[in-house]
Write a protein that binds this ligand. Sequence first.
Ligand code: HEC
Ligand code: HEC
Ligand code: HEC
Length: 474
Amino acid sequence: MRNFSHCLRGFAILIAGTTIAASAHAADLASDTAELVKRGEYLARASDCVACHTAAHGKPFAGGLPISSPVGTIYSTNITPSNEFGIGHYTEQQFSDALRHGIRADGANLYSAMPYTSYSVFTDDDVHALYEYFTFGVKPVDQPVPKTSLPFPLNIRASMKVWNFLFLNKDTFQPDPHHSVEWNRGKYLVQGAAHCSACHTPRGFLMQEETSLELAGGQVGAWYAPNITSDATSGIGSWSKEDLVDYLRFGRVRGKAQAAGSMGEAVEHSFQYMSTADLEAMATYVKSVPPIHDSTDDTSRFSDGATSSELAALRGRDGVKSANDAHPTGSELFQANCASCHSAQGQGSKDGYYPSLFDNSATGSRNANNLVATILNGVDRTTTAGQAYMPGFGGNPDDINALSDEDIALLGNYVLRHYGNAHATITVQKVAEVRKGGPSSSLVALARAGIGAAGAAMILLLAYVTVRSRKRRI
Ligand code: HEC
Ligand code: HEC
Ligand code: HEC
């Protein structure tokens, strides 16, 4: 008996011991998973998955955001772990194939509106962390999204295979031993998660990124993502590393630039959440990108213009207009619509909340696209530094603030002549184009001309245009 009870006790201790060990193991596993989920969440933020995969006023990641392209609307999909409507049934391999190679679980190709060409550099570890996050860290939303149905031949997803064959680099990131760990981390983030080049690198005829012109500037829908190579005149060679870190975190650098449009969104939804170490790493890499000089730039866009005012001349008038003076002048339009914030002489407010209109990349650039886009769409960006808000003047014609294309050209040219780059001009056609959402691609022209199969295959690539015309979420 003694022996038996001894045995029993021993058994109990054994069981208790195993349970303790097992729960310790479970706790380890749980904290490993929690750690991975956290890392996945950080990467998802840095990659801005939510920007495209959330509809206006919709649940995060439940998809349904319409992304317009000249040939039809592509809807982002539900990437919550819902089994029926989302990616709950995706294995890690299938998730990795979608993310890095643009292949859906059913084997069909994704349109490149999903930026898998940038995400292809993701390491296996990072894909794993993202998978854990989208499996355990995101709430399933059982809700369908509208189906994307582009017209023939764009509905043949397999044609993306041709494009992938030509342009998709399937290699994950390979560190360069000649550079520091920080530089390599920066390059990995800039090319992958933060995909700066998706907007800042010009695109070729087939909408592929021109890798030899890395970060030399590109049109992104209504906005122009400027040259951010290290060239001192055409690029941001004059910026310090701290300037760039501040810009990515707050969306502005006084006396240089502000972030509106898709850059404002990227700062608000993504970059401001990145760690200081990661922002510094990205700045280190960006500052090392070889300079690309545009020979039409003779001065830096950050150093153009000076304080100026025609107010005195205006005041000198008696206020009665002659018949052929019925239309307001550029100066009058400026005083009526802009001076209240940017001040009568364009120098902005003392605290810098309202920026000066000289020493400002939006007015100092030879390409006045972003001045037009700002007047039409305004600025709305919230970071830890608060909200930067300027109303847009492009509204409906019955909106009292709305300005016509003619008014904006007149006003814009006044701003350029007085505060900005005197060599730049804004035509009424340019304003109309930006109002429409930016220039359309040469591929559209090809497609319209109906040049047959080759043209048709190319139109498929138009999906790419969509990356550049991300709709606002709000
Ligand atoms: C610039 C917009 C954009 C961003 C950013 C983006 N996606 Fe997508 N994604 C899309 C679109 C659009 C589709 C659907 C494309 C199609 O139908 O061919 C898609 C499809 C997918 C799919 C396939 C889903 C399915 O229904 O089978 C997955 C998985 C996915 N995205 C995950 C992600 C993750 C994870 C991130 C962030 C790391 C991300 N996406 C960032 C636009 C985007
Ligand atoms: C979704 C498109 C998009 C992405 C992604 C993007 N940018 Fe931008 N960027 C823009 C646009 C558009 C502007 C012009 C904004 C304005 O003038 O208000 C801009 C402006 C800038 C400027 C200011 C240049 C100037 O002359 O005013 C810098 C610097 C910059 N971006 C750096 C980056 C870096 C670094 C990354 C990646 C970490 C990045 N951007 C990612 C679209 C983008
Ligand atoms: C109600 C105040 C207000 C009015 C009116 C206003 N602005 Fe602004 N403007 C701002 C603010 C705020 C910013 C953004 C500052 C920031 O990004 O931190 C801004 C930014 C700008 C920029 C830089 C945008 C960029 O992306 O780099 C330009 C150019 C500009 N305004 C021109 C104008 C012109 C021209 C008018 C008249 C049509 C005008 N503003 C009217 C408040 C205003």
